[in-house]
Design a protein around this ligand. Structure first.
Ligand SMILES: [Zn+2]
Length: 382
C-alpha cells in the first residue's frame, strides 16, 4: 500500500470543500438533541448510509433512553484498527434551527452542532474517502464509533467506547480543536460531580426559633469548606454550581443541597478528593450530612505515548506548512476514557472554530481541508 502523501491528500481535499459543506449542512439540518431519541436515530440512519457508501460495515448498539450508537468498521491491510471517536448528539433542543439556521460566510460555517461535532463527523468521512481516492486505499483497519450520549455523560456508550479502544492501536477524537491556535488536546482534566445534602430540623422562625436546626446555615458552612478543596497549582478545582434549600422565609430550613463540579489533572487526586468529601462532618450536631457522587471521567494525562503520537501529527502538519500546537483543557470528552486505559489518544482532531454550545457556534472553513488531510495521514501512518 503506498504511503499517504499529506500534500497530495490536502490538494484532493481542497477540491472537495464544497462537498464537505453540503454534507455538513445535511447533518446540521437534522437536529439531534441527546434527549430526543427519534431525532438522533434518524440522523444515525443517515450516517450509516453515508459510511456504508464509503465501504464501511455498520452496526447499531441499541439504547433505550438515548439514540442508538453507531459503529462502523473498515477493513485495512493491517488488522489492528485505529479508532475514530465522536458523537452525533448535540446540546440544542428540537426547533433551534429556525432561529439559528445553518449558514455560511466566506470564512465560516454556522449552526447548531457544527463545531461540536457534526463537522468532525464530516471530516471522518472525507478523510476515509480521501484515502480511498487519493492514497490507494486503507493500509490500516479503522473503527469509527459515533455515540449519542456524549453531551449527557456517555453513560451508555462508555463500555462500548472502552471495549473498542482496547482493541485499537490509537484513538483519534474528532472533538473540536482547542482555542484560537486550533491546537490538538493532549491532556484533559478528569471530571466528576458530588451532591451534598443536609437535613436539619424545621421550626417556626418566630415562635420556635431555638428548636430549629437550619440546613441552609449548615450547608453554607460546608460550602466554605468544600470550596477550599480547590488547589489551582495541582490543577484541581471544586465548584459549587447549584444550591437549593428551604421552603419559606418564616421557616427554619429542614433541607438544603448543593451540586458540586470537580476537575482533576491527575488520577491521584481522585482518591484525595473522595477522602475529603467523605470525611465532611456537620458543624451542627443536629444536622445530618449525606454525600453522594464521585468521578465520572478520569483525567487524560499526557503520557509518553500520547506525546509521541502528537509529535507525528506535528510532523505531518509541518509538511503542510502548518505549525500545529498542543494544549490541555479542563473540559472532558470520551477521550478521557480511552486515554485512561493507556490507549494512545489524540483529542481535538476535529474542526476548528468557536462558540461550542452557544448561539454563535461556528467552524473555520479554511481549516477543514488541512485538518482532514492531517487526520487521513495519521490514520495511514500510525
Ligand atoms: Zn462534543
Amino acid at each position: 500500500m503506498p504511503a499517504a502523501d499529506p500534500r497530495q491528500l490536502l490538494r484532493h481535499l481542497e477540491l472537495r470543500l464544497p462537498e464537505m459543506l453540503a454534507t455538513s449542512r445535511e447533518l446540521v439540518e437534522m437536529e439531534s438533541p441527546s434527549f430526543s431519541k427519534d431525532a438522533v436515530d434518524r440522523l444515525g440512519k443517515l450516517l450509516a448510509v453515508k459510511f456504508e457508501a464509503l465501504g464501511g460495515k455498520t452496526q447499531f448498539h441499541h439504547v433505550k433512553t438515548y439514540g442508538d450508537h453507531l459503529q462502523v468498521d473498515f477493513a485495512g491491510t493491517n488488522s489492528k484498527p485505529v479508532m475514530l471517536l465522536g458523537h452525533h448528539d448535540t446540546v440544542y433542543d428540537l426547533g433551534t434551527l429556525p432561529t439559528m439556521p445553518f449558514r455560511t460566510t466566506r470564512e465560516r460555517l454556522y449552526g447548531p452542532g457544527t463545531l461540536d461535532m457534526k463537522c468532525g463527523i464530516v471530516m471522518m468521512m472525507f478523510a476515509l474517502a480521501a484515502l480511498n481516492e487519493a492514497a490507494g486505499g486503507l493500509s490500516r483497519s479503522v473503527t469509527a464509533l459515533l455515540n449519542t450520549d456524549e453531551e449527557v455523560g456517555s453513560e451508555s456508550s462508555r463500555p462500548i467506547t472502552e471495549k473498542l479502544a482496547k482493541q485499537s492501536e490509537a484513538v483519534f477524537v474528532l472533538e473540536p480543536a482547542q482555542g484560537p491556535q486550533a491546537a490538538l488536546k493532549t491532556a484533559r482534566k478528569g471530571v466528576g460531580d458530588y451532591y451534598v445534602k443536609v437535613t436539619g430540623r424545621a421550626a417556626h422562625a418566630g415562635v420556635d426559633f431555638e428548636k430549629g436546626h437550619s440546613a441552609i446555615l449548615e450547608l453554607a458552612r460546608q460550602i466554605e469548606c468544600i470550596s477550599n478543596f480547590t488547589d489551582l497549582k495541582r490543577g484541581l478545582t471544586v465548584n459549587v454550581g447549584v444550591i437549593r434549600g428551604g421552603t419559606r422565609t418564616n421557616v427554619v430550613a429542614a433541607e438544603a443541597q448543593a451540586e458540586v463540579d470537580i476537575r482533576i489533572a491527575s488520577m491521584k487526586d481522585a482518591a484525595l478528593l473522595e477522602e475529603k468529601f467523605r470525611s465532611l462532618k456537620p458543624n451542627d450536631g443536629e444536622c445530618k450530612l449525606e454525600v453522594t457522587g464521585g468521578l465520572n471521567r478520569p483525567p487524560m494525562e499526557r503520557t509518553r505515548e500520547i506525546a509521541a503520537l502528537f509529535a507525528k501529527a506535528k510532523q505531518i502538519a509541518a509538511e503542510l506548512g502548518w505549525n500545529l500546537e498542543e494544549a490541555s483543557t479542563g473540559g472532558g470528552s470520551d477521550g478521557n476514557f480511552t486515554a485512561a486505559l493507556g490507549v494512545p489518544t489524540l483529542d481535538g482532531m476535529g474542526a476548528a472554530g468557536e462558540g461550542a454550545h452557544s448561539r454563535d457556534e461556528s467552524v473555520i472553513l479554511s481549516e477543514l481541508p488541512r485538518r482532514t488531510a492531517l487526520l487521513a495521514a495519521m490514520i495511514q501512518m500510525v
